[in-house]
Design a protein around this ligand. Structure first.
Ligand SMILES: *Cc1c(COP(=O)(O)O)cnc(C)c1O
Length: 392
């Protein structure tokens, strides 16, 4: 009898008792809207923003309704216009090209490497076409951020970082989200802190931060923010910035604050699971692991590997065999999007673009989640099953 894994790849940890108590206090107060605060009470959302700004070392922070909203808000703040080309990764999740398309702008895809990061040569080649790069740190992989920012500076490219998978990560000591002009994060259930839905935005640029606060629907109550630019900065912007409501509410902020305090400890636990997977799969013939550069401090909340040389039928067969043994894998090479959409050619509202390098990578790329409900023993068992099936 071959062993079978019994864990659930989408089971998150429960919300902690202190977070539940904070949520109940908000519910009892009835003051769920971020600006519905009692006298002298800053409110959970303003406090979360202040704490997240401190966590990332950013001057300004805004909490929003979702990660996708955060991306759209960043693009709007940068004045991205209809039909404007915006560079982005060919391999990312649907909310990224979606945010660009929602403004009527045009996603221009940049190739991805075998390490799942943006291809810097392709970026340098395409940089003259655009003013803005929406850089997605897909599946938590950071490219050489110093090299990327050098290209960006040389071409006057403004960089928005999509840090949905890199909250808590850093490159050469600089937190993910702090290289570009704006950093966007998601607090959706499958990310690193969980409020069901939600987003966070950081920036050091006072004008962009003020614009984003106005865009989010601040009803001129921006002086109540604790991680916002001075009220004067808003003076010249407040009449010209449309309200595109997308605020976070106090209930979500209340459950996020205790989770943010816990994030460094979570990162350690995720990286232990990741380490157990890596150790279990190291040297397996026919299986390629991602390289993790020394400068990259990652959060191993998901795990990727490739099976170079296998064709589509063999990939499907491998996914099915692992699935039968309880190991749920996602194959990014499938023709039809199922359960997620991460392929440039499944976003048909975008003009079709040739991405041979990315397609070759995705053709043999597999992915699995590592929820914190798994133990290192679980991760070792998952690796054993994968290793066993690769050898068959
Ligand atoms: C989750 C995610 C987002 C944001 O998604 P929301 O569901 O809107 O919070 C953005 N980019 C990537 C790569 C993601 O995985």
């Amino acid at each position: 009898m071959s062993e079978r894994f019994e864990g659930n790849f989408t089971q998150q940890e429960p919300i902690s008792e202190d977070a539940i108590a904070a949520a109940v206090a908000v519910l009892r107060s009835g003051r769920l809207h971020r600006y519905n605060t009692a006298r002298d009470e800053p409110g959970e959302v303003a406090l979360l923003e202040q704490e997240f700004a401190a966590f990332t070392g950013a001057k300004y922070c805004l909490a929003a309704a979702s990660g996708g909203y955060a991306l759209g808000c960043a693009l709007r703040a940068l004045g991205v216009a209809p039909d404007e080309p915006v560079l982005t990764n060919a391999f990312t999740l649907a909310p990224v090209p979606g945010a660009i398309a929602a403004l009527g702008a045009r996603p221009v895809f940049v190739e991805s490497t075998e390490n799942l990061t943006i291809d810097l040569d392709d970026l340098a080649a395409k940089a003259p076409q655009a003013r803005v790069l929406m850089l997605s740190h897909m599946r938590g992989h950071l490219c050489d951020m110093d090299a990327l920012m050098k290209i960006a500076r040389a071409h006057d490219l403004r960089v928005i970082e999509d840090c949905a998978h890199t909250m808590g990560a850093s490159w050469a000591g600089v937190p993910s989200g702090r290289h570009g002009v704006i950093g966007c994060y998601s607090t959706q259930t499958y990310k690193h802190i969980n409020s069901g839905e939600g987003g966070l935005i950081v920036s050091n640029d006072p004008e962009l931060a003020a614009r984003m606060i106005l865009l989010s629907g601040s009803y001129m109550m921006y002086p109540r923010h604790l991680a916002a630019p001075a009220p004067e900065v808003f003076e010249t912007l407040k009449y010209d910035t449309p309200n595109v409501s997308g605020r976070m509410d106090s209930l979500r902020a209340a459950i996020l604050r205790p989770q943010l305090a816990e994030l460094p400890e979570r990162v350690t636990r995720w990286n232990r699971l990741y380490g157990a997977m890596e150790a279990g799969l190291a040297g397996a013939p026919g299986l390629a692991l991602s390289e993790r550069p020394q400068a990259e401090q990652y959060v191993g909340s998901s795990f990727q590997f490739r099976l170079p040389g296998r064709d589509g039928a063999q990939m499907l067969d491998f996914v099915a065999r692992c699935g039968a043994r309880g190991v749920e894998l996602k194959w990014f090479g499938a023709a039809e999007p199922a359960g997620f959409t991460s392929r440039h050619d499944s976003w048909r509202y975008v003009e079709a673009q040739d991405m041979p390098k990315t397609d070759a990578v995705l053709a043999t790329l597999l992915d699995l989640r590592l929820p914190l409900t798994f133990s290192e023993t679980d991760a070792a068992q998952i690796a054993r099953i994968i290793r066993d099936e690769v050898a068959r």
